[in-house]
Design a protein around this ligand. Structure first.
Ligand code: PSV
Ligand code: MN
Length: 432
């Protein structure tokens, strides 16, 4: 299913007058602070975040899964859903695929379908955390039960390397330019494996994959402290991730999944460090109360998200930091919400944090820092954080043909009902 511009325009009509007034009021307020609303709208409008193919259906927990109906039953339908998100939000122009969940059978046709919806393919993701039956990531009856690139058995490592190379080949066909390698590798019990040897095997395997990458491709390593292994993860933290990136090659960088940190970790400082080293790959955005909860971005720790963007804006606004362009992606799971509504909310939260961070008077903040004035530094930060820039986000969407109020438009236009009618209520998307 597709949404046409007339439908979106119609949904916008109800909000149009109030929106105009909100933009006027906010613009006046921002101008008083020496900010140019037009520039802000342009920057916010240009900021695009990839959606994950695996989050377009309802996720589940090990206790249950509650399908919502109308879920995308094929890669084509996932791309169509990403197109719906783009039509409404104008905040996403790419989709990130997970192999073997989303194997393109006819890459040319898949590319054309995506291009027709204004979408490209972001980083491709390999999967060595499941023994996928009947797929070439496991043809020899080997198992990832005790790890993949870290495995003690060279045959399993070989298999995992080959799977990653296969993912790269699919990515090349689709026009992706990076592979994200997230490893479930680790141990559940003390003594189960040698930490150093596991790490060295992962390092050597990554080098092998890296060597086979097309020259313009990047590799992203993604750290996670625990789960599915509960005693140790091989790539447990940003330090391990950075060691691997450095050992692997110049185009290997560290991806930060916000949920992959233990409670209270200072993620914004990790972002600063990785930027400083020129090794920040980008993000898997989500939110959590505890750890890898995969909740809607910004639904719990929105101040932390803002503080992360404060670090990012320093880089994005052309400071002295040298880091390649970043990959912006969402990585979430939807157990109780409509996945499309949830993704729209995440896109909004990300753009909001970015917009607020753009308000920051950086020179004033640096002055407060130089004068060791934490109270004034906080005033500066929180003046930006507490400014509601949502009218600018809506204006950026509107100017590109999107919805003033995307979740409301989604409901007003009966998108889910239409999807259920078209695809049925029993479809289940591949993914977790
Ligand atoms: C692991 O928790 C992770 O964050 C990795 O990015 C995976 O590829 C993704 O979730 C999907 O399960
Ligand atoms: Mn992730």
């Amino acid at each position: 299913m597709r949404l046409n511009s007339a439908e979106i325009e119609k949904a916008n009509q109800v909000h149009s007058a109030a929106h105009r007034r909100d933009v006027e009021v906010l613009s006046e307020q921002l101008a008083r602070r020496g900010l140019d609303p037009e520039k802000l709208i342009a920057k916010i409008g240009a900021f695009q975040v990839a959606v994950p193919s695996w989050a377009l259906g309802t996720g589940g927990t090990r206790f249950g899964r509650f399908p919502i109906g109308g879920e995308p039953g094929s890669l084509d339908q996932k791309i169509e859903d990403a197109g719906l998100l783009r039509a409404l939000s104008r905040q996403t122009a790419s989709i990130s695929l997970h192999i073997p969940w989303d194997i393109p059978r006819d890459a040319k046709a898949t590319r054309e379908l995506a291009a027709g919806l204004g979408l490209k393919f972001d980083a491709v993701n390999s999967n060595t955390f499941q023994d996928a039956k009947n797929h070439s990531n496991m043809p020899r009856g080997l198992s990832y039960k005790f790890g993949s690139l870290c495995h003690s058995d060279a045959q399993v490592r070989r298999q995992a390397v080959e799977h990653n190379l296969e993912v790269v080949r699919y990515g090349v066909e689709l026009g992706s330019e990076a592979i994200t390698v997230w490893l479930a590798d680790g141990t559940n019990y003390p003594g189960q494996a040698n930490f150093r040897r596991q790490f060295e095997r992962v390092r050597d395997s990554l080098k092998e994959i890296y060597k086979a990458l097309p020259p313009h491709w990047a590799m992203f390593t993604e750290h996670k402290p625990y789960e599915p292994n509960f005693y140790s993860s091989v790539v447990s933290d940003w330090g391990s991730s950075l060691l691997l990136a450095r050992a692997t090659g110049e185009r290997c960088r560290c991806l930060v999944d916000l949920g992959h940190h233990l409670p209270n970790t200072n993620i914004e400082q990790i972002v600063s460090r990785l930027l400083m080293e020129g090794r920040l790959a980008g993000f898997h955005f989500n939110d959590s109360k505890y750890s890898d909860d995969d909740l809607t971005t910004g639904c719990i720790k929105s101040y932390q998200l803002f503080l992360i963007f404060v670090e990012l804006v320093e880089f994005l606004e052309g400071g002295s930091i040298k880091n390649p362009p970043l990959a912006w992606m969402i990585d979430a799971s939807h157990n109780t919400k409509d996945p499309l509504e949830d993704l729209v909310q995440s896109l909004e939260a990300i753009a909001l944090a970015y917009g607020q961070a753009l308000l920051l008077p950086r020179r004033e903040l640096e002055e407060a820092q130089d004068h060791n004035d934490p109270a004034w530094a906080q005033e500066i930060l929180q003046n930006a954080y507490r400014t509601d820039v949502r009218p600018l986000l809506a204006e950026a969407r509107l100017r590109q043909g999107g919805a003033i109020y995307p979740v409301e438009a989604y409901r007003r236009l009966g998108v889910r009902e239409r999807l259920v009618k078209e695809r049925g209520s029993g479809t289940v998307a591949t993914g977790l």
